[in-house]
Design a protein around this ligand. Sequence first.
Ligand SMILES: Nc1ncnc2c1ncn2[C@@H]1O[C@H](COP(=O)(O)OP(=O)(O)OP(=O)(O)O)[C@@H](O)[C@H]1O
Ligand SMILES: [Mg+2]
Length: 257
Amino acid sequence: MTHVEHLKGPEPFSRDRNMAATSAKFLSVWDIQAYYGESYIVQGVSFDIHEGEILALLGRNGAGKTSTLRTIARLDNPALRHGEIWLDHQPLHKMRAHQASAAGIALVPEDRRIIPGLTVEENLQLAQIAPPIGWSLDRIYELFPRLKERRKQEGVTLSGGEQQMLAIARALARDIKVLLLDEPYEGLAPVIVQEIAKTLAIIRDQGITTVIVEQNAVAALKLADRAVILDTGTVVFDGSAQEVLDNEQLRAQYLAI
Ligand SMILES: Nc1ncnc2c1ncn2[C@@H]1O[C@H](COP(=O)(O)OP(=O)(O)OP(=O)(O)O)[C@@H](O)[C@H]1O
Ligand SMILES: [Mg+2]
C-alpha cells in the first residue's frame, strides 16, 4: 500500500508516529468524500489504523462520525464519490456493503439492531448461518458470561448494556478484521461502560482492530490507542489518545469537554 503513502491528504496538526514505526497499516482511509444526495458531508477524510489498534473517532454532533463509519462499511448512503479505502490489501472503495462485510468489516450501528423474536443464542446463530464464521459460541460465551446466562432469553428483552454486548458478540461470530462501533456506550451506566471497555480491550488483545465513535470521549480515549477528531467532515487531529486527554484546548475546541 505504498501508493497511499504518497497520496496523503493535508497533514493534520499533530501526528503520532510511534506506533506506526513498528506495524504495517491495516486499514487505510485516503481522502474519502461522501454525499447524501447533493449534501457534501465527508469532506476528504484520511487516516490509517494498524492491526490490533483501537482508534477513537471523535467530534461534535454532526461532525461526520457516523457518516465516516457508514462510508467505510460501504453502505449506500452516504455515497462515496472520491477516495480509497484499503483493508489488508483489499480495495473496499470498489465494494458494496455485502462485499465489505465478507472482506471483514463489521459495523455495529447505534441502534444495535438486535432481531426481535429471537433469543440471544439465535441472534448469534443467525450470524453464523453462512461463512465466513468467526468465534465459536463457546468462545463468545467465555468472553460474555452474561450472554451465556441469558442465552435462552429474547435478545430485545436484555438490558441496554447486555444488548450492546450481544451486538458486539454477533459481530465476532463472523470472521471479521475490523469492528466499527457507533456510540456503544450510549445510555449505559458508568459501571457497564467500564465492563464493555474491559471486554473491548480483551478483543483487541485477541487481534481485532476497532474504531470506536463515542460522545463519551473521555471513556473512549481511555480505551483507545489513537484518536482522530473530525470537524465538519474533515480531520482536525490525528495522534495518540493520551495527547487528547492531556490537551485541554483541543478538547474544548473540538469535543466540548
Ligand atoms: N441521511 C442523511 N441525509 C442528509 N444529511 C445527513 C444524513 N445523515 C446525516 N446527515 C448530515 O450529515 C452530517 C454528519 O452527520 P453524522 O451523523 O455523520 O454526524 P455524527 O458525527 O455521527 O453526529 P452525532 O454525534 O450527532 O451522531 C450532519 O450535518 C447531518 O445532518
Ligand atoms: Mg453519529
